[in-house]
Structure formats: structure tokens, C-alpha cells
Design a binder for this molecule. Structure first.
Ligand code: IMP
Ligand code: MG
Length: 482
């Protein structure tokens, strides 16, 4: 028992230190939802924030919950442990049969047996709920309840200071505080008001652009301090921090929407919102290399797996992780030509630690005849005694990587770690350890963002499947590879 209290205290100290640090709101909340369940020895934790109308709950941060569980949809505040948003602590012992849960079957599939939830307040007003999830059915003690309440206080603090830092106008709803990039998952089972919206959502899905359907409402007019007109844009795209209102074909409606969007610009100048007419879809698509306006650049590219925004967000996160991992050091980044050049260029620009860069190249010689892999361009910078971070575009079988790692070890670096943007781990043959991974990719041939098919498609700003899903070519003898 004493041990538990000790853990609780040190966790709270840790979180308060983090809350006062210069980390982003998203990072602080991420840490909070990671450490709280650890201290309680439970499976996971989530922070849910109310939308502008206090009706729906949106995941702002979470740990230990599957993507599937998080994507179950916007949660109705009145259907999901409603007492928490009324300011009370709720303990659910048997999630599968408790009526206070909106999706008990999903909780069961997620192996959630018990849940404890507490309100999270911002300046005295309930803004959401902090929840912990246990795999085993259990009661939560008074000490555990107090701990969660304290963590929820810290969460409120983090949100408040985030709000102040960003000098958000009071019109920005509380839920939006948590909508930091990369922390909101798309809601796939939204109920759409119009067919065109559903089409648009499918389009966004196809291009892997994250979206939320009608996540919040904005007041447009007030009379005697009371809101008399509200506007709820159709979509919010967290990756672009952009609201989108899709126009229908009816001219009267379009006129009204235009008025509302104009009013939005006046009343909420900081909120990016765009009215999207049908013909504008094409313009949007062309940004991703598709549609009638895209020209012939992407001929042969199939479905987009990772959009430009998604890649950039992930690369930035990787750079943050790496910068933390190499704090106070000056790592030597080594890339293997050529596929990595675009990733390396982007990654380096997001690093906050000083870093050096070097490249090497290898060739496969008569692989089928028992030939060898050889270094064809060696390093310019001596890696001996350096903290070396090998940067890869994609690791497939792992054969290339294990060859390079073996080579680099002979050069006696002080440390050697690996970062790869893509990890095609289903085909892994060589046992290689990856320290930083961007995305786990399916067993399919992908192109773009430096990755090629016979030297083509490296320039695509996104990553897509090859249209006909051709298998990767065996590298011919004496050919320089990436
Ligand atoms: P490994 O030795 O099997 O791990 O292969 C790694 C190399 O194969 C990468 O550096 C790429 O050059 C290439 N590669 C593997 N999968 C793909 C892909 O899906 N698209 C493009 N190149 C790939
Ligand atoms: Mg490569």
C-alpha cells in the first residue's frame, strides 16, 4: 500500500513538472495518459473532451486503447458515464453489462472489464472526462480514486495553460483544445446529413486524410449576451487544421452557407474554414496528385496509403522522438542511397539537436549466384566513436539493413540505432531491431516520397500503391540500389 502511494506521488510530481515544461499540450497529455495507467497498474487511459455544445465527447489523448476502439465514433456525453460530465467520479465494475456505457460490446472486445472515470475541469467548468481501463474486473480504492482526481486536476491545468498560450478566443470550444495534430482519430461511422458529405468523407478516407464530421459548433451572433445563431461546419481535418463546409447543389443553400462562412471569417478570424464547391474537389485532389487537374504525373500510382500531411506529421513526431533521444549529443545520421534522400531531408529539418549527415551506397552483385552485397560509396565522415543513427526509407526482408549494420559495427561507433520511415515487417527475414519506426506497412509494393519502381515515382509527395501491384523487381546485377 505504502508503495502504491509512493508511486502515485512520484507520478503526480512527474506530471506537474511536465505540465510546467515547454512541451506541447498534446505531448503533455500524451505523457499523462501514459503514466496514469502505469501507476494504477491498469491497461489504459483516455482523456475525452466535450465538444462546443457539450453533447459529444472526443478523444484528446489516450494510451493502451486500440485504434479500432478509439474510432468507434463520437461518444454521446449523456450515454457514456454521464455523471463524469456532471462532475462526479464513476466506477464501472463490469463494463460489458453496465448501462452507463454506450458501446459495451466494444469494451468487451477490447478486454476492458472495469473503468473509472473522473471529470476534468477548466476554470471550474467541466470540460471532459479522464478514464482508466482495467483488464480485470476490479474495485477502485479511495486512494486510487484520489489519485485519478489529482491527475484530472493536472489535465485541467495543462489544458488551461495550453489555452492561454495559444491565446484562444473564448469562442473556441473546449474540445478543440485537445485537437492537436495527430491526436484526433477519424470518426468513421458518422451519420451524414447529406449524400455529398458522405461522398466527401469517402474521398478523404481514400486519400488517408484524417477527418471529423461536425465536431463542433461556432456561435455566429449574439443578442444580449445570448447566442442566437450557430454554425456547424461539416468537416474538420486535424492534419490541415482546417474546417470544410461542403456545398450542395441548391443555390439558396449555397448562398446561406456563403454568408455563414463570411461571418465565420469575421467572428472567428483564427479558425481556418473553406467552402468547398464540387468543382473544387478537383483542385483539392490535384494537391495530392490526383483528379483531372493533376496532369500525368501520377500515372501508374494506385491508391494513396499515406498522404503528404500524414507523412509530414509522422516525420515531425519521429524527429521530436529522436531529438529527445539524442539530447545534448550530436548524432551522425547515415542514409543509404537513394530512396532515403527525401525522408532524410525532411527529418533533418525537424531535428532540434545538432546533427551531421552522411550517405553511403551499396550494390548487389550476382545475388542469385551466391554473390555479395558491396559498399560502393563509403562514408566521408568517420563514424568511430560517434552516436550513429542509420536512417532507412523502408525495411522489408531486413537483409539490406543487417548487412549495413554489420558493416557499420566494424567502424566502431559509440552507439548505433536505426530509424526507418516504413517497416514492412510481415516479410522480415533478418532479425533486426528498429529503434524509430514511422509506419508499419502492408506487404505491398509502395512508391513515392523517395521510393521508386525502376527509378520512377520518387518525386510523388505522398506514398501510394503501384497501380497494378507489380511485385518489386529483383535488383539486376551491378545495379546500384537504394
Ligand atoms: P530489404 O533488404 O528486403 O529489407 O529491402 C530493403 C530495400 O528494398 C529498400 O531499401 C528498398 O530499396 C527496397 N524496397 C523494399 N520494399 C519496397 C517497396 O515497397 N517500395 C520500394 N522499394 C522497396
Ligand atoms: Mg533503401
Amino acid at each position: 500500500m505504502g508503495k502504491q502511494i509512493e508511486t502515485f506521488n512520484s507520478t503526480i510530481c512527474h506530471l506537474i513538472t511536465a505540465a510546467r515544461s515547454s512541451a506541447t499540450t498534446a505531448e503533455k497529455l500524451d505523457l499523462l495518459t501514459t503514466l496514469a495507467p502505469q501507476a494504477l497498474a491498469v491497461k489504459g487511459c483516455s482523456l475525452l473532451l466535450l465538444d462546443g455544445e457539450n453533447k459529444k465527447l472526443i478523444y484528446a489523448a489516450s494510451h493502451g486503447l486500440s485504434e479500432r476502439y478509439l474510432r468507434k465514433g463520437l461518444i454521446e456525453a449523456e450515454k457514456s458515464m454521464p455523471e463524469t460530465t456532471h462532475g462526479k467520479v464513476v466506477k464501472v465494475k463490469d463494463a460489458a453489462s453496465d448501462e452507463r456505457l454506450q458501446f459495451p460490446e466494444l469494451a468487451q472486445q477490447e478486454h476492458i472489464a472495469s473503468i473509472m472515470g473522473t471529470p476534468v475541469t477548466i476554470r471550474g467548468t467541466v470540460a471532459g472526462s479522464l478514464r482508466v481501463y482495467s483488464r480485470v474486473s476490479r474495485d477502485f480504492s479511495a486512494a486510487e480514486e484520489n489519485f485519478l482526481l489529482t491527475v484530472a486536476e493536472v489535465a485541467g491545468l495543462i489544458l488551461e495553460s495550453g489555452q492561454m498560450r495559444r491565446k484562444e478566443s473564448n469562442a473556441l470550444s473546449q474540445a478543440s483544445i485537445g485537437l492537436e495534430k495527430g491526436h484526433v482519430l477519424p470518426v468513421r461511422d458518422a451519420v451524414f446529413a447529406h449524400q455529398s458529405e458522405e461522398e466527401f468523407a469517402k474521398l478523404l478516407d481514400f486519400y488517408q486524410i484524417e477527418w471529423l464530421y461536425e465536431p463542433r459548433s461556432f456561435p455566429l451572433k449574439w443578442e444580449e449576451g445570448r447566442i442566437t445563431e450557430m454554425f456547424t461546419p461539416d468537416f474538420y481535418l486535424p492534419g490541415l487544421d482546417l474546417y470544410i463546409e461542403v456545398t450542395t447543389l441548391k443555390p439558396e443553400l449555397t448562398r446561406d452557407k456563403k454568408r455563414k462562412v463570411r461571418r465565420m471569417h469575421e467572428v472567428h478570424p483564427d479558425v481556418k474554414i473553406k467552402l468547398l464547391a464540387r468543382h473544387e474537389y478537383d483542385i483539392l485532389l490535384s494537391k495530392y496528385g490526383y483528379g483531372p487537374l493533376a496532369g500525368t504525373k501520377t500515372r501508374g500510382a494506385g491508391q494513396v496509403l499515406y498522404s503528404t500531411e500524414r507523412i509530414q506529421t509522422r516525420v515531425r513526431q519521429l524527429a521530436e522522438e529522436i531529438s529527445r533521444g539524442y539530447e545534448g549529443q550530436r548524432p551522425l545520421l547515415i542514409g543509404v542511397m537513394k530512396g532515403v534522400f527525401i525522408f532524410m531531408a525532411d527529418l533533418m529539418r525537424y531535428l532540434t539537436v545538432p546533427a551531421e549527415v552522411d550517405f553511403m551506397a551499396i550494390s548487389y552483385y550476382e545475388v542469385e549466384k551466391g554473390g555479395a552485397v558491396r559498399v560502393t560509396k563509403d562514408l566521408d565522415i568517420n563514424p568511430e566513436g560517434r552516436n550513429v543513427l542509420l536512417i532507412e526509407d523502408i525495411v522489408d526482408t531486413g537483409m539490406t539493413l543487417s548487412f549495413i549494420l554489420a558493416y557499420l559495427r566494424t567502424r566502431k561507433p559509440a552507439s548505433l540505432a536505426v530509424c526507418t520511415l516504413f517497416d514492412k515487417n510481415v516479410r522480415r527475414l533478418a532479425d533486426v531491431e528498429l529503434d524509430y519506426v514511422g509506419f508499419a506497412v502492408p506487404e505491398e509494393f509502395i512508391i513515392g516520397y523517395g521510393l521508386d519502381n525502376r527509378e520512377e515515382y520518387r518525386n510523388l509527395p505522398f506514398v501510394a500503391l503501384l497501380e497494378h501491384e507489380q511485385p518489386p523487381d529483383q535488383p539486376p546485377p551491378n545495379q546500384q540500389t537504394e
